[in-house]
Design a protein around this ligand. Structure first.
Ligand code: ZN
Length: 259
């Protein structure tokens, strides 16, 4: 029997202060689709949360890792997970998908000796389609985040589930997420930062984006301190009421059942 399609938010931390103090876990997002198991953005604590999750997720059964970008809160555990999922290289298996900046150059995040443990390493580019073992996904336009960053959308027969990862809001962002049935958004801040230099979404951006896209369901995650203080579930409730949409704030360990 194929295991159910689901998304499990192992962690929901989003900014330096929240990550450094682990006010929320900074573990990544576990996605199970068509019987395949994927980790998106394995930040610090992902390996621990996989093991401690109830029910535990067997790291040796992961099929793919996707990095949206190289920032430490999205990529810290990638190496240890590659090692674990391939049993230290004794079982060559699994795929890694990541933008070029994660793989080459000064900020490359994958240790060289681990690379041939995997069945494949695929360089992500903007607005392209990818697939592995029957699971298909596409990348967004480049996000405005200061480092090479792409959101990802998985096409399912029941509708598209999209992950709008770290970015500053810009009008061209929306076209990559049109038609999403479920939209997961990294909403780090409550209000825009005064400097205008913070390349993250805030709750005001989320309102504008959701009003335009109107997904069947939205999930907010990746919270910084201003969102935690405002209580993410209250922010989500307010957006739900204002927009007449189903908006939920993720919490650590929350499972979203897709079936
Ligand atoms: Zn980032």
């Amino acid at each position: 029997m194929t295991p159910p399609d689901l998304v499990k938010f192992l962690g929901t931390a989003g900014a330096r202060y929240v990550v450094a103090r682990q006010l929320r876990s900074s573990a990544g997002t576990f996605i199970q689709l068509g019987g395949k198991r994927i980790i998106l953005d394995p930040g610090p604590g992902t390996l621990v949360r996989l093991a401690k999750s109830k029910p535990a997720v067997d790291v040796a059964k992961l099929d793919a890792i996707i990095l949206s970008h190289a920032h430490i809160d999205h990529s810290n555990d990638v190496n240890v997970i590659v090692d674990a999922m391939t049993e230290g290289g004794f079982k060559r298996r699994g795929f890694l998908f990541a933008p070029r900046e994660c793989l080459e150059g000064k900020n490359a995040v994958i240790l060289d000796y681990l690379r041939n443990f995997l069945d494949g390493i695929v360089t992500l580019e903007a607005q392209r389609e990818y697939s592995f073992e029957g699971v298909g996904f596409s990348t967004s336009v480049p996000h405005d985040h200061g480092t090479e960053t792409y959101g990802v959308s998985f096409q399912r027969s029941a509708g598209k589930i999209a992950f709008m990862v770290d970015t500053r809001y810009f009008p061209g962002l929306l076209k990559s997420y049109e038609g999403a049935d479920i939209l997961v958004m990294n909403v780090v801040r409550l209000k825009p930062h005064r400097s205008g230099e913070v390349r993250h979404l805030c709750a005001d951006d989320a309102r504008e984006i959701l009003a335009a896209l109107r997904p069947r369901k939205a999930v907010l995650t990746h919270f910084g301190m201003t969102m935690l203080r405002a209580k993410p579930w209250l922010v989500a409730q307010r957006l739900s009421d204002e927009l007449g949409l189903d908006v939920t704030a993720a919490s650590d360990g929350m499972t979203l059942d897709l079936d």
